[in-house]
Unconditional design. Structure first.
Length: 197
């Protein structure tokens, strides 16, 4: 038996946009109401008013359906203010990240990724589609700050990014806490204090 492709766009007829929206909406509603463990393709199909086979035609399982939901409800593009300070840009980036990851969909997605194996396709897709663009944006902020002489030019950029992003993931995933704006601003100030010129 041929293994089913783990992709958002599997073979078969083109997606109906109305059905797609209904399925994604039903997934969010049921997740909010009953949690991930109780979420099933059967319940989603019933709520969305579509056949179970319609969902399986487009998503191989509920994990990939949830990933699609997550990517559609989160803004994929990262916007930075060119004339804002490095503190303002990083604070805004981390506040936006916190708001997304502390939502029910975000927390569930993080939990799925955390429980997946080292070669997990869904974890790789989550990283490349959502986390990597934000990390890349953060690196651009640091590179710009180095060019302007705001931070030292010998800093290890990936290490600085780990110090900024890591506490957000940790508090949401391990402490089940929503980092406040004050916490985020203090985090940014503390990290940047150690690398500014």
């Amino acid at each position: 038996m041929r293994k089913k492709e783990h992709s958002h766009e599997q073979g078969g007829r083109p997606r109906s946009e109305l059905s797609t929206v209904a399925i994604l909406k039903a997934t969010i509603e049921l997740l909010e109401e009953n949690g991930y463990s109780a979420l099933s393709i059967e319940a989603i199909a019933a709520r969305a008013g579509v056949g179970k086979t319609t969902i399986y035609r487009w998503w191989s399982n509920k994990e990939y359906l949830l990933l699609d939901v997550f990517l559609r409800v989160t803004q994929s593009e990262v916007q930075f203010k060119e004339h804002a300070s490095i503190q303002q840009n990083f604070s805004q980036l981390l506040i936006s990240l916190t708001n997304v990851l502390s939502s029910t969909v975000g927390r569930t997605m993080l939990s799925i990724v955390a429980q997946s194996g080292p070669d997990s396709e869904i974890a790789n897709k989550f990283y490349s589609s959502y986390l990597q663009p934000r990390r890349h944006g953060g690196k651009k902020i640091l590179e710009s700050a180095i060019t302007k002489g705001e931070i030292r030019n010998n800093v290890i950029l990936d290490l600085v990014l780990d110090m900024l992003f890591g506490p957000i993931y940790f508090r949401i995933l391990v402490y089940k806490d929503n980092p406040s704006v004050e916490y985020i601003e203090s985090l940014v100030d503390q990290v940047l204090e150690g690398i500014t010129t």
